[in-house]
Design a protein around this ligand. Structure first.
Ligand code: FES
Length: 111
């Protein structure tokens, strides 16, 4: 089991637990976490699952893959993107990520 804490822009937090292998996005959707809509269902087409990985976890989570990185670069013209930005559908929960914290952006891309 692994825990992920979702931090809202107002600082409120919610910790959800699930088995390894589930994407951080899927865990949020299953628990009705605000601010993650995941309109494409996890196939890197919408970016409405964008999160900022907590600085303390960024190295462990790692950087985006090439296609994810291109999408985040394109998003930067429309919304705030940080070096710790990731698409949460592309972060798969592992035992090493137990305790992961991600921050929900104030605004997500419009579709
Ligand atoms: Fe659409 Fe992640 S759910 S890009």
């Amino acid at each position: 089991m692994a825990r992920v804490t979702y931090v809202q822009p107002d600082g409120s937090e919610r910790t959800c637990t699930n088995f390894e292998g589930m994407a951080v996005m899927h865990l949020a959707i299953a628990n009705l976490v605000d601010g993650i809509d995941a309109l494409c269902g996890g196939v890197r087409q919408c970016a409405t699952c964008h999160v900022f990985v907590d600085d303390a976890w960024s190295a462990r989570v790692g950087p985006p893959g090439p296609e994810e990185g291109e999408m985040l670069d394109a998003l930067a013209d429309f919304i705030e993107v940080k070096p710790t930005s990731r698409l949460s559908c592309q972060i798969h929960i592992t035992e090493e990520l137990d305790g992961l914290r991600v921050h929900i952006p104030k605004e997500q891309p419009g579709i």
